[in-house]
Structure formats: structure tokens, C-alpha cells
Design a protein around this ligand. Structure first.
Ligand SMILES: Nc1ncnc2c1ncn2[C@@H]1O[C@H](COP(=O)(O)OP(=O)(O)OP(=O)(O)O)[C@@H](O)[C@H]1O
Length: 309
């Protein structure tokens, strides 16, 4: 039995399907990522896993439990990040940690957790006076303090500065080493690539792809990406005829191609033959960013750029 099972999950609002047949399983001890553009249905999906929303159809199980019908039992195995509205403004950081520890039969010692999340100096600060990043770190601490077997983290590091983000990644890696299963919703490609064992890319309420980060990169965008600004016009037919080409994109006069080394060599030959200079020529190994843009490319540029930022 998988730790989390989601099968043909469906949820509509006002007749619009926002989750439209999502299926995936999460194995024990895994860090499983859910990645997708804004409005793709990620939060709705994980909130169904947490039992916070009731699916219209489909089946969700957490260690065999139905998160809606067996909500309390599910909460004991699955820790979740709170929403801002769930914490009283006057509660101090220490009081929140003590209060949440008391909810669980076998809590962690919150002191090292607070230390790890850089909250020790803020223990006597009231929740309402914390910065956005400090609130976020407190939510992570509260999700973990009950010593759950699995944790759902939605937008884990949004609003954190780069240092705090890296510290949080290390914490999550430690948490997993300790045997905790992690379901992670993220917009950050670097975060997904670094932390996740497998990723479901969700787009328009459906699973567009599900694989390891390396597998997603291999299967979508091709292995190598070349981009340049040509000094003169290039024929689309010639570009599309390049060998082993995976994708072509034109943006602001710049051309980005993904494929293999063979594609790169062929495009350089094509440029030379047409006496076209490639300005700001860049060649790099494809990243999860490239794969993500490729998998969700029918979205507006705004969406994909924001999601990739
Ligand atoms: N309670 C609700 N009532 C009506 N529409 C909703 C509700 N919750 C979510 N939606 C809509 O469902 C769609 C999916 O929302 P969801 O929050 O699951 O997306 P998401 O992938 O998590 O997006 P983001 O990355 O922007 O957080 C959105 O268009 C959203 O406006």
C-alpha cells in the first residue's frame, strides 16, 4: 500500500473543473512534489489529501484512511501548514509551539526545531508582529512539531530570503532522513529539482507529467538548450527541420531551441550557411525550468514566467 493514494480526483467550482481526474501515489519516505502554473489546481488537490476539501469524485487515502470520513485519524499521521487566519494574532511564537506540541501524543522537542528555523530570538514575539518570512517559518515548525509520519507543505519557501530558503531545504532533507514523507507544493524549480524524488506537473487540473526531476527533463525539453539573438531573419522551416529538435521558441527577437548536441551543431551550421551571427549565444544542459515551460507551454507567458520565477 502506498502512503498516499489519489485516484481520479475531481473537484469543480461553479461548474468549472479545477481538478479534473488527478491520480498519483506517494510512497513512504519520499519527497513528492506538485508543480504547476498559478491556478492549476495544486492547492485544491493537496487540500483534498488533507481532508480540508471534499472531492466531488475520486478516491483519496492516506495510510489507508479516508481524510474526510476519518479526519482526526488522518491529522495524526499527516502534519499540515496552517493558513494565516488559523493562528491568533496575540499568541507568541513560544506559546504557539507549546500549544501545538500539546495537541499531539508524541511531539518533537520544539526548541531545536525553533533554533533550526531561526525563531529562537523571536520566541516572545506575538504572531501579528512577525515578518512574512518569520510567519512562514513558524508555520513550518508547527507542521512538524507533532512529529507526523508525513507532512504537506504548500508554498514552503515563498516569501523567504535566499538564505532562509536554503536553510529550510536542509531542514526538509533532515526531516526526510528521519523517515517523514513529504508532499510539497512549489513554484520554485530549483527547490523541486533539489528536494523532490518525483514530481507531478499539474496543469489545468490534470497531471501533465509524473516522473523524477531527471526524467521530466529528459522526456520533455530535450537534453540541451541553445539560445541566441540572430543578426538576421531565419527561416522557420529550416529551424523546424533541425535534427533531434524538441522545441523552438521565439521571444523578443531571441530564439531558444532544445534538442541534443546534434541539434546545436546543426543550428550553428545553418547560421554559418546563412551568414547570420548569433548574438549572446548560450548553450546549457536543460533544467527543470525548461521541462516545465515545455510541459505547460499552452499557458500565457505571464503564467509560466511567474511560475518559473
Ligand atoms: N473555494 C473556491 N471557490 C471557487 N473557486 C476556487 C475555490 N478554490 C479554488 N478555486 C479556483 O480553482 C482554481 C485552482 O485553484 P488552486 O488554489 O487549487 O490552484 P493552485 O494551482 O494552487 O494555484 P496557485 O499556484 O495560484 O496557488 C483557481 O482558478 C481558483 O480560483
Amino acid at each position: 500500500m502506498s502512503f498516499i493514494e489519489v485516484s481520479d480526483l475531481r473537484k469543480s467550482y461553479g461548474g468549472r473543473a479545477v481538478v479534473d481526474g488527478v491520480s498519483f501515489t506517494v510512497e513512504e519516505g519520499e519527497i513528492f512534489g506538485i508543480l504547476g502554473p498559478n491556478g492549476a489546481g495544486k492547492t485544491t488537490t493537496v487540500e483534498c489529501v488533507e481532508g480540508l476539501r471534499v472531492p466531488d469524485a475520486g478516491r483519496v487515502r492516506v495510510t489507508g484512511l479516508d481524510p474526510v470520513a476519518q479526519h482526526e485519524a488522518t491529522r495524526r499521521v499527516l502534519g499540515a501548514q496552517l493558513q494565516e487566519s488559523e493562528l491568533q494574532a496575540k499568541l507568541t511564537v513560544r506559546e504557539a509551539l507549546e500549544l501545538y506540541s500539546a495537541f499531539y501524543p508524541n511531539p518533537l522537542d520544539w526548541r531545536p526545531l525553533a533554533e533550526r528555523l531561526g525563531l529562537t530570538a523571536k520566541l516572545t514575539t506575538r504572531f501579528a508582529k512577525l515578518s512574512g518570512g518569520q510567519k512562514q517559518r513558524l508555520f513550518i515548525a508547527l507542521a512538524l512539531v507533532g512529529n507526523p509520519r508525513a507532512v504537506v507543505l504548500d508554498e514552503l519557501t515563498t516569501g523567504l530570503d535566499p538564505r532562509a530558503r536554503r536553510d529550510t531545504w536542509e531542514l526538509i532533507e533532515d526531516v526526510r532522513t528521519g523517515g517523514v514523507t513529504v508532499l510539497l507544493v512549489t513554484h520554485f524549480m530549483e527547490e523541486a529539482q533539489r528536494l523532490c524524488d518525483r514530481i507531478a506537473v499539474i496543469d489545468k487540473g490534470r497531471v501533465a507529467a509524473l516522473d523524477t526531476p531527471a526524467g521530466l527533463i529528459r522526456r520533455s525539453a530535450g537534453a540541451t538548450v541553445i539560445s541566441f539573438t540572430p543578426s538576421g531573419p531565419l527561416d522557420d522551416g529550416d529551424l523546424n527541420a533541425l535534427p533531434a529538435l524538441a522545441s523552438v521558441e521565439h521571444r523578443d527577437g531571441r530564439i531558444t531551441l532544445s534538442g541534443t548536441d546534434e541539434t546545436v551543431n546543426a543550428v550553428l551550421t545553418l547560421l554559418a550557411r546563412n551568414h547570420i551571427t548569433a548574438h549572446q549565444l548560450r548553450v546549457h544542459d536543460a533544467t527543470l525550468d525548461d521541462a516545465f515551460l515545455d510541459l505547460t507551454k499552452s499557458d500565457t507567458n505571464n503564467n509560466t514566467q511567474e511560475a518559473a520565477a
